[in-house]
Ligand binder design. Structure first.
Ligand code: NAP
Length: 468
């Protein structure tokens, strides 16, 4: 692991497994609370160094780190596909997005602007001029999940470096190697020591020190709602960015093109084995299309090839662990016991779980209310848009949604009424580019990521006023 610019090994290590066959892919040092305190001490100096780095240096480092990832892209993709769930094809797509995230961060470093302030809006303030600058916040604690182990780390380090902050990353223990490789890219790119640390160890053991330390000015967390709530309680007076989970809805209206809709929703449901914060979980289809939609959805799902992640012909690999596959199996079985109908899938083999489609699920069932985070999709028949919106909103999450219709009035009705951070018209909820504001409402989080928007969260305005 990297502590303030020094690569550290420890006697005590943590095994990183390939979930496909449970073999050990690699090991990482097991950090202690003292290691975390060393990283924070280093970051206290790192924050001063980072804040003084001219913008041209920041963007040159970010572009060099992007070049490094691009040059070694196959190593990065192999790593994602070994320590995580993704197929090699999905892993390559993540590497390419990581390169983009770093390049966008370099571009956005040029655009950290303030504004002039019209003080004369108040009587008696006529002879004043001024403006505000955006200053770095200081030290950022970044805690990341297993499902996009490279690009979600880039979404924290890229904007932090662009905005002149120091950052300490605590990657998911299941997938820490991609984060370490990204730190290597920044090391090779010449990022000054002490600006970045990547600490490997259990979040529940070493997380508290990081989250609650007074020198940390912002906690940028991506992960589950429950963990997010625990972190928010412990953080105290700090900025919080919370990118949490969801059980995203998609609405399919009478006039939708069923072929396009099915293809987009199947991909959105099963990308990364459904372990995707904006993955399609609940699909509401109006009555006239329901039977055709169901038939085509099952046919398309049954073409999915589940198996070896490294085989380019594979569509879906294993879940992140057998434990997670068992949890998904239990949730599906509970829904079946409560009267749901299994249309396809429902089979487990170790960490593999087949792409699964259910109908006749009660909207009050756990599987409909909570985030399944696995390859399971629920199909609901609805009367009209009103019923679809009401049911789509009837959960504690609100990250993204999709709606398929040619009727612009109905699309605008959905824009007004769906409780989400993003709505995709004629696409599934599973759509994101790295430069758009991304984040949720309700239990899906606080704040927005997407480089420019992350930079806004990672900087603070300072007002300058001249009395003439
Ligand atoms: P998780 O269990 O919440 O873990 C996320 C991170 O939090 C890991 O690094 C974990 O460390 C750490 N952590 C756990 N307990 C902690 C504690 N008490 N203090 C400090 N850190 C702690 O989530 P996950 O299973 O990795 O990821 C899946 C979740 O992430 C899903 O809910 C998904 O929707 C969400 N997600 C959201 C977005 C988004 O942008 N909105 C993107 C991707 C994923 P350890 O690994 O050491 O336990």
């Amino acid at each position: 692991m990297l502590i303030g610019g020094r690569w550290i090994e420890k006697e005590e290590t943590i095994n990183v497994y390939d979930p496909q066959d449970n073999t050990i892919f690699s090991t990482v040092p097991k950090a202690t609370k003292e290691d975390m305190l060393h990283a924070i001490e280093a970051a206290e100096e790192g924050a001063k160094i980072a804040a003084q780095m001219p913008v041209h240096e920041r963007l040159s480092i970010l572009n060099k780190a992007a070049d490094y990832v691009l040059e070694h892209s196959e190593l990065y993709a192999e790593t994602i596909a070994s320590e995580g769930s993704k197929t090699i094809t999905e892993a390559r797509a993540e590497v390419s997005r990581c390169v983009d995230t770093l390049r966008i961060s370099a571009e956005e470093a040029r655009r950290i602007n303030g504004e002039t302030i019209p003080f004369d809006q108040m009587p008696g303030h006529e002879n004043r001029v001024g403006y505000y600058y955006k200053f770095p916040i200081g030290i950022i604690a970044a805690i990341t999940p297993f499902n996009d182990p490279l690009n979600l780390v880039a979404h924290k380090i890229g904007p932090a470096v662009a905005s002149g902050n120091a950052i300490i990353v605590k990657p998911a223990t299941l997938t820490p190697i991609s984060a370490i490789l990204l730190a290597e890219a920044f090391d090779a790119a010449g990022l000054p020591e002490k600006v970045l640390s990547v600490i490997t160890g259990s979040g529940s053991e070493i997380g508290d020190i990081l989250i609650s330390h007074p020198s940390i000015r912002m906690v940028s967390f991506t992960g589950g709602l429950e963990t997010g709530e625990q972190i928010a309680k412990k953080a105290g007076l700090k900025k919080l960015s919370m990118e949490l989970g969801s059980n995203s809805p998609v609405i399919v209206l009478d006039d939708a093109n069923i072929e396009d809709t099915v293809s987009s929703c199947v991909s959105g449901a099963f990308w990364a084995v459904g372990q995707n914060c904006l993955g399609v979980q609940r699909i509401f289809v109006t009555e006239s299309n329901f039977d055709e939609f169901v038939q085509k959805f099952i046919t398309k799902t049954n073409t999915y090839k589940v198996g070896d992640k490294k085989d380019e012909a594979t569509n879906m690999g294993p879940l992140i662990s057998e434990k997670e596959a068992i949890r998904v199996e239990e949730w599906v079985n509970e829904a079946l016991d409560e009267g749901a109908t299994l249309l396809t899938g429902g089979k487990r083999d170790g960490a593999f779980y087949s792409p699964t489609v259910l109908t006749n699920v009660s909207t009050d069932a756990k599987i409909a209310k909570e985030e399944i985070f696995g390859p399971v999709v629920l199909l609901f028949q609805v009367k009209d848009l009103d019923e679809a919106i009401e049911k789509a909103n009837d959960v504690n999450y609100g990250l993204q949604a999709g709606i398929f219709t040619k009727d612009i009035k109905l699309a605008f009705e959905a824009i007004k009424r769906l409780e989400v951070g993003g709505l995709m018209i004629n696409d599934s909820s599973d759509y994101r580019i790295d430069g758009m504001p991304f984040g949720g409402v309700k239990g899906s989080g606080l704040g927005r990521e997407g480089v420019k928007y992350t930079i806004q969260e990672m900087t603070e305005p300072k007002v300058i006023q001249f009395k003439l």
